[in-house]
Structures are given as structure tokens and as C-alpha cells.
Design a protein around this ligand. Sequence first.
Ligand code: NAD
Length: 357
Amino acid sequence: MGIFEKMEQHGYEQLVFCHDPASGLKAIICIHDTTLGPALGGTRMWPYECEEDAITDVVRLARGMTYKNAAAGLNLGGGKAVIIGNSRTDKSEALFRAFGRFVQSLNGRYITAEDVGTTVEDMEHIRMETSHVVGLGGMARSSGDPSPVTAYGVWKGMKACAAEVWGTDSLRAKTVAVQGLGHVGYGLCRHLYEEGANLIVTDINEENVRRVVAEFGARSAAPDEIYGVECDIFAPCALGAIINDATLPRLKCRIVAGAANNQLKEARHGELLRDKKILYAPDFIINAGGVINVSDELREGGYNRERALKQVDGIYDIMEQVIAISKRDGIPTYKAADILAESRVALIGKVQKTLLP
Ligand SMILES: NC(=O)c1ccc[n+]([C@@H]2O[C@H](COP(=O)([O-])OP(=O)(O)OC[C@H]3O[C@@H](n4cnc5c(N)ncnc54)[C@H](O)[C@@H]3O)[C@@H](O)[C@H]2O)c1
């Protein structure tokens, strides 16, 4: 398929190929949709085997950001960038500064941030060449590590699901199985523990398990056992594609709600969850706390944590809306989430501007 054909298929606006011979930079920036505002999305550094793979990844991720930002109620469009290279061996100040110049050349149509393979230090190099970057470390008014805020949003989204299933959003005495106790999983466990939930946890890193068992009185399970434990809620906070043909028949929960990206291996697994009467909280709806937090840096006066957390509280209402659309249209929640995002883009796109000519 030709590149324009690919762009036409899902309405991509712009694909920018960036090459800087001196630093060896080879990057692609994709702007999917700027109806709601400048395209915000991180820069991923990955050793793609071929250019085709890099293009496929960047367009998929950019489109995902349009949906995530729109559903979160942000006035931001969707974009993403990929740098082709090995994040352990190919990084240099020159490479990220060269990339920063390309971001600057887009004049604010694309705003970048950290992603897989890039760090706060890399963002600081980008910042030397452009102001269109968020999520810097150590600066006054920077938003810092997004993970605790992501965890907070997941907890809120989970509570909205609980209200639907049990008629009360209290998670007290509910049993939650958490897979992955890294930055987000740990924070989620803290909220659940403080609310009085029972925890069953797993991680391939034993140290992470020990910490959550000691601090929050969790019971541990082996990594492969977690899918089949008796629980009320399953919270995937590690890997993608964990809702699949092998795991689905083993699930004994009423809700799946966690932070991991791309939890459904295929769309049909979203249908199968619904058939099993398991309420699925679409990942990009309930893990939007991080992007809401970082985007607050762009608002008037710079980052304000209180304001950011207040907006993350809204994930509860957004999850309620997703459930309402799913019931109204008789469709699984993953589809309802797409409808919510698409209708916001369509609606705001129709708002007439009233500026003087
Ligand atoms: N950090 C954020 O703000 C944020 C925002 C949105 C989405 N997410 C997504 O949430 C997930 C977790 O993010 P994070 O920042 O906590 O990552 P992390 O790397 O800090 O934690 C992931 C944890 O999962 C564990 N893990 C890996 N494979 C496992 C397996 N097979 N079984 C059990 N545990 C396993 C790792 O050992 C690690 O402790 C990722 O999918 C990420 O893309 C994170």
C-alpha cells in the first residue's frame, strides 16, 4: 500500500521524515489529527528492522493518541514520533538536538514527550532547540513522573466500573488481582489498600512483589497464576495483549481495569469479554492520567498539580459515559470508547469560530 493510500485510510494529516547526516538521526513524525489542537504524543526510540515497520508503528501510535487525548477531554490532537535506532547505543546530544530542530520546524503543530526508549535527559536536549516538548525533569513547573497520576486515574476508572457492576463504587473488601507492580501498579496498589481492598499481586520481579506484600498486606501469586485467581477485578499493569484466547477462559473476575496499553490482543477479545459478562475498562480511557498530567504544563501559568488531579478525577465520569454508550448501542465498551472519542472530534470540528476576519 502506498503512503498516501495509508494516510487516506484513517485521515492522517502529515508524515514528516527527518534526516540529519551529522548526528545520524533518522526519525519520522506523524501528525494524525489536529482538529482539537496541536498533536501531542511521545517520541519512541526503537531499532526497527525496516522503514516500513517504523512507519506502521508511528501511524498506529499517532492515531491512538488522537483517541486518547480526545476522550480525555483535552484540547489536543494526536501525534507521535519514532527515532530509528538502539536506545542503549545510538543516543547522543546531537541526535536529540537535531530531532528538536525538526519538532521546532513544525511550529507547534506537534508537541513531543518521553516514550519507550527515551528519557527526561533526552527531552532536555530536545528542549534546547524547541519549546514544543513537555515532561522535563527538575524544572520549576514541570509535571514530573506521570506514573502516580496514571495510577490515580486507573483507580478512579475502576471505581466507576464498580458502581456499574455492584451499585456502589466502594472497593472496600473487593479482591483485586494486579499484574505488574512497577511504577503504575505499585501506585494503584496503594490506593486500593488505603480503600480497604484485598490484593492478589504478581510480577516477574520478586523484589517488587515483596514490597507490595510487606507494605499493603497483599497475597502473591505466580505470574502465570494471576489470570485464574478468584477475584472481583483483574488489573493488568504490565504487558499488552494479555486478554487473549489462552487467558480469557481462565478469568474469574467481573471487571478488567488496568493501566497496560493495548490489553486486548484482538478486537474480538473485547466482544468475548462482553459475552462473559465481564466489564472491560478500555485501556486508553482509564490510563489517560499520565497524558492529562503532562499536558497541564501547556496550560496557562504552567503546571498545576491540583488542577491536573482534578481533571484526572474526570476519568470516573468519562468511564461512566463509555458504559452508557455501550448500553445505549448494545456494543462492547472498547467500541463505545472509540465512539466517544470520534464524536468529540466531530462535534468540536463543527464549532464555528467567531474571531474577527
Ligand atoms: N507510566 C505511565 O504513566 C503509564 C501511562 C499509560 C500507560 N502505561 C502502561 O502501563 C503499564 C505499566 O507501566 P509502568 O510505567 O508501571 O511500567 P513499569 O516498567 O514500571 O512496570 C511494569 C512491571 O510489570 C512487570 N512485568 C513485566 N512482565 C510481566 C509479566 N509477564 N508478569 C508480571 N509482571 C510483569 C515488570 O517487572 C514491572 O515491574 C505499561 O503497559 C505502560 O505502557 C503507563
